[in-house]
Structure formats: structure tokens, C-alpha cells
Write a protein that binds this ligand. Structure first.
Ligand SMILES: O=C(O)c1cc(=O)[nH]c(=O)n1[C@@H]1O[C@H](COP(=O)(O)O)[C@@H](O)[C@H]1O
Length: 277
């Protein structure tokens, strides 16, 4: 399979960089007039995919909202991934996995092995058992043409206590993760497959080297308070590699498909205007 970074760049060029999160919160199911059960989950996910699969570059299903229904919820997640991919939209599975290397290999098989029912174009992973513990996922992603998004500077205020902590060499933990990713992506063109998660909520990040030659997944626009207009000030020249994620900000406009599409188009237009300014 063509490497994820190449496929993502092509999708961003063709459709713009917006990633819509598929986060079936109980409160959203309720506001859509759906029950908080498997049938509601299924209708919610199918509606989002059908409404947006031909216009957005990336979907990011949040696994927790499916896992809370047990095996039936995971079956809906499998179908959501398959439907989105069949419709030509890239899928970043937001499962934030991270464990010792030998267990990480099993997580990697779950999400990054092409024959797996949950195979996704990319997976969010946590490096906080040590970046090296992610090696089995990096290796399998390289072999299968998938990608990773590594939590570097997360959008939530609590993340700073870990990610801004300063190591003995004077670098922060977050900057260290960005450095690892820059090495993974060295020499890749048009960009590498190993991305960082960097919140759009964080203000000026010019003290960090965001030039990792890979994508920067930027959650925080909409419900968490950031706006598309913030992106250039937060990311500087790296803004052209930013994949902004919006979940509740779009999803709250359902269940009407036209309203979902109109909201995604508004965010996409605002992002295009901000990035090209
Ligand atoms: O990895 C993520 O996607 C993620 C990282 C992060 O730092 N902050 C963050 O909000 N997210 C996810 O991005 C989505 C944001 O959702 P909204 O706040 O509703 O747009 C949720 O699925 C979060 O789990």
C-alpha cells in the first residue's frame, strides 16, 4: 500500500485538511433523537459517514464511544471503518494505545495489520511508556503503509505536567517526541507517515520545532474553544502540515445530513482561509 503520508497529502490537496471526529457521545445521541444503545450508535455513525465521506479528507472515530457497548459496539466500529474507507475517506483510529513493546505488537496487529477487521489508515498512540515502546507499531505501520499519530502536545490543560516537563538535557518531553518523529520521517516525500498530535488550543508553539516532515493532528477546534483562525499563530510555517480535527463542533448539527455537510463546509472554508492567509 502507498505510504500513509503520501495518501494523506493527496487527500489534503484534493479535499482540504479537515478531519471530522466520529465521537458518539451519549449526549449527542440524545440530541439527535437516538437512544443510547447499539441501534442509536449504528444510525449515528452511518449518518456521519454517508453525509461526509465524499467531502472530508479524514474521519477519526473515537474507539471509546464504541467500546462502551462491548462486542456489538466494536462490530459497529468495524463497519464504520470499512464504510468510510470504501467511500474513499482515510480513517485515523483514535484508540490512543500504548504499552510495553511485546503488548504494543498486539495493539499494532489489531489496527495496523491489513487483514485485521479494525485495520485503519493510522492509529493514535501514547508514547508515555517511552517512545521506544512504540517500535512494533512503527515497524508494522511501515510494512503495511499505515501511519501513527503520537501524542506530543495534547490539547488538554493537564497534558502540560508531563509534556512540558524538562529532561536532564534541557529539552521538554513534548519536544523529545517531536524529535523522534522527525527522525522517523527523514527523507520521506511528500511527507512521512509518522505524525504528532498537537492541540490547536495551545497558543504560540514557536519554542517547539514542529517541522517533523509529517502530519500534525490538531484537535481542539470547536467544543474545546480553539478556532480555525488560531491555526497560523499556533503552528507557524508548519501549518501546511496541520490536519485540524473537529468532532462535537460538527456532530452537534446532526442528524440532518445537509446540516452536517454545511457545518463541515464552514469549518473547511475557515481552515482554508486561515492557512492560505
Ligand atoms: O488524539 C486525539 O484525537 C486527541 C488528542 C488531544 O490532545 N485532544 C483531543 O481532544 N483529542 C481527541 O479529539 C477529539 C476532540 O473532540 P471535540 O472536542 O469534540 O472536537 C476527541 O475525540 C478527543 O479524544
Amino acid at each position: 500500500m502507498t505510504p500513509f503520508g503520501t495518501r494523506l497529502r493527496a487527500a489534503m490537496d484534493a479535499r482540504g485538511p479537515l478531519c471530522v471526529g466520529i465521537d458518539p457521545h451519549a449526549a449527542l445521541l440524545s440530541s439527535w433523537g437516538l437512544n443510547d444503545d447499539i441501534a442509536g450508535l449504528e444510525t449515528f455513525s452511518r449518518t456521519v459517514v454517508e453525509a461526509l465521506a465524499d467531502s472530508v479528507a479524514v474521519f477519526k472515530p473515537q474507539a471509546a464511544f464504541f467500546e462502551r457497548f462491548g462486542s456489538k459496539g466494536i462490530a459497529v466500529l468495524e463497519r464504520t471503518v470499512a464504510d468510510a474507507r470504501a467511500a474513499g475517506t482515510l480513517v485515523v483510529m483514535d484508540a490512543k494505545r500504548g504499552d510495553i513493546g511485546s503488548t504494543m505488537a498486539a495493539y499494532a496487529q489489531t489496527f495496523l495489520e491489513p487483514s485485521s477487521p479494525l485495520f485503519s489508515d493510522a492509529l493514535t498512540v501514547s508514547p508515555y511508556l517511552g517512545y521506544g515502546s512504540l517500535e512494533p507499531a512503527v515497524d508494522l505501520a511501515r510494512r503495511s503503509g499505515a501511519g501513527l499519530f503520537v501524542l506530543a502536545l495534547t490539547s488538554n490543560p493537564e497534558g502540560a505536567e508531563v509534556q512540558r516537563a524538562v529532561r536532564e538535557d534541557g529539552r521538554t518531553i513534548g519536544a523529545t517526541m517531536l524529535g523522534h518523529l522527525a527522525r522517523e520521517n527523514a527523507g520521506a516525500s511528500p511527507m512521512g507517515s509518522f505524525g504528532a498530535v498537537v492541540g490547536a488550543t495551545l497558543g504560540d508553539l514557536s519554542s517547539f520545532d514542529l517541522d517533523i516532515n509529517g502530519p500534525l493532528l490538531a484537535p481542539g477546534i470547536g467544543a474545546q474553544g480553539a478556532t480555525a483562525a488560531d491555526l497560523p499563530a499556533v503552528f507557524g510555517p508548519a501549518v501546511r502540515n496541520v490536519v485540524p480535527n473537529v468532532s462535537r463542533g460538527v456532530l452537534k448539527h446532526g442528524p440532518d445530513a445537509a446540516a452536517l455537510r454545511a457545518s463541515a463546509t464552514r469549518f473547511a472554508d475557515e481552515i482554508r482561509a486561515a492557512v492560505s492567509a
